[in-house]
Design a binder for this molecule. Structure first.
Ligand SMILES: *Cc1c(COP(=O)(O)O)cnc(C)c1O
Length: 431
């Protein structure tokens, strides 16, 4: 029986089946749960060695294409794409720590990541110590214990725009063969590639700048491929000891790429936050224009930040691109081609002024997202940072009048006009 002579219901399911290969220039979207095996041995070989494609959770050509693209942009050896930024953080961390281990993390991190460390990982017996003064290498060094397996920080943090001295903190980790994991979401590889400064692992929320269009969620883990079994093997028994059933160790099979191979083989597919191939495609499309967008967004952001800093309704602007910012010198040293597009502005009028601001903007969109082509605004004190204590909010630079802006690619004059109108209205109401 061929499909042509089969009955209606059979033809409905099988008539489109084909194996044409065509040299599609755009990345083809392999929107399929699985892949047909050539023959009996191919299936056995796939399950035995993991080569080729079998099931989309363990590998998909569209996803792999985007992984190659993002690994290249971050100057990494390999990358694993997952379903969200949070999935990237958890997969990266769970590939280096286990029960009884310890993490040293910057305090200046995304709230979702902080919750992961404080609630979820704590319940698995993984403890985290937070470092407040991230510019002080000794603060990192003093927090390290014999059980520390990872240092974690954001290269450019929200809300205070702290900039990580990547080389200095990587060097502290190196002293004890502990990898530095950097969340590079806000800086993007267009401005900073932490692997070039000694970091070992990069994570991103690809939902933000990498995609840029705000249409999908995604995350990526990028590894430097420089895992050194001789120096770091004692901190990573899961990579250097034989696997279940006497399987050669991950290191024996993958060498310097052992860490990312472990993410790909074991952590990402088992915890299971697999990306849709369609979302992978959309992230890849976005990443093609990352450099252009970030250049424009950074230019717009600097202009908006300068304009706001000079406005009488404004108390302060925390933007690493301004010479008044405490980390401006570090930003000049690490960020190449701009200072990013996310910063906070604190209004003199406190909470009533902030409320008025978010309710009256028109070009800006009031929503919880960043790194979009559109300009966005959020009031952290009552949203992302609402769970923090007053003292924590003070340390993090979030007061009642603070607003977080994410500057888009619009014409900057329209952004300034929107802000000018809103600040005029703010001044009338609160004075
Ligand atoms: C948004 C964000 C995350 C989480 O990413 P999702 O894609 O929303 O899961 C992690 N880190 C930073 C810095 C972020 O901005």
């Amino acid at each position: 029986m061929t499909v042509d002579t089969a009955r209606f219901a059979t033809r409905a399911v099988h008539a489109a089946r084909g194996r044409e290969t065509a040299a599609s220039r755009a990345t083809p979207i392999y929107l399929t749960a699985g892949f047909e095996f050539d023959d009996f041995d191919h299936a056995a070989d796939h399950f035995g060695t993991g080569t080729g494609f079998g099931y989309t959770r363990t590998g998909n050509p569209t996803v792999h294409a985007v992984e190659r693209q993002l690994a290249s942009l971050e100057s990494g050896a390999d990358a694993v794409l997952v379903a969200s930024g949070q999935a990237a953080v958890s997969a990266a961390v769970l590939s280096v720590v286990g029960a009884g281990d310890h993490i040293v993390s910057s305090t200046h991190i995304y709230e979702g990541t902080r919750g992961l460390f404080l609630d979820n990982l704590a319940r698995l017996g993984i403890e985290t110590t937070f470092v407040d003064d991230i510019a002080d290498p000794d603060a990192w060094r003093e927090a390290i214990r014999p059980t520390t397996r990872a240092l974690f920080a954001e290269s450019l943090a929200n809300a205070r725009n702290d900039v990580l001295d990547v080389a200095a903190v990587s060097a502290v980790g190196d002293e004890s063969a502990i990898p530095l994991i950097v969340d590079n979401t806000l800086a993007t590889p267009a401005l900073l590639r932490p692997l070039e400064h000694g970091a070992a692992i990069i994570v991103h929320s690809a939902s933000k700048f990498l995609a840029g269009h705000g249409s999908v969620l995604g995350g990526v883990i990028v590894d430097d491929g420089r895992f050194d079994a001789e120096r770091a093997g004692h901190n990573a028994p899961h990579l250097v000891l034989p696997g279940r059933g006497g399987l050669p160790s991950v290191y024996a099979r993958h060498g310097g790429r052992a860490r990312i191979a472990y993410v790909r083989e074991s952590v990402a597919p088992r915890f299971g936050a697999s990306p849709s191939p369609l979302n992978a495609f959309l992230i890849g499309q976005g990443a093609e224009t990352l450099g252009l967008r970030v250049e424009r967004q950074s230019r717009n952001a600097l202009e908006v930040a300068r304009w706001l800093a000079a406005h009488e309704a404004v108390e302060s602007v925390d933007y690493a691109g301004l010479p008044t910012h405490p980390h401006h010198a570090t930003a000049l040293r690490y960020l190449d081609g701009g200072f990013g597009s996310i910063f906070t502005v604190t209004l003199r009028g406190g909470l009533p002024a902030a409320r008025r601001f978010v309710e009256e903007v028109e070009v800006f969109t009031h929503m919880t997202h960043i790194g979009d082509v559109r300009s966005l605004v959020l009031h952290p004190g009552t949203t992302s940072h609402a769970q923090r204590t007053d003292e924590e909010r003070r340390v993090l630079g979030v007061s009642p009048g603070t607003l977080r802006l994410s500057i888009g690619i619009e014409d900057v004059d329209d952004l300034v006009a929107d802000l000018a109108r809103v600040l005029e209205s703010v001044r009338e109401t609160v004075s």
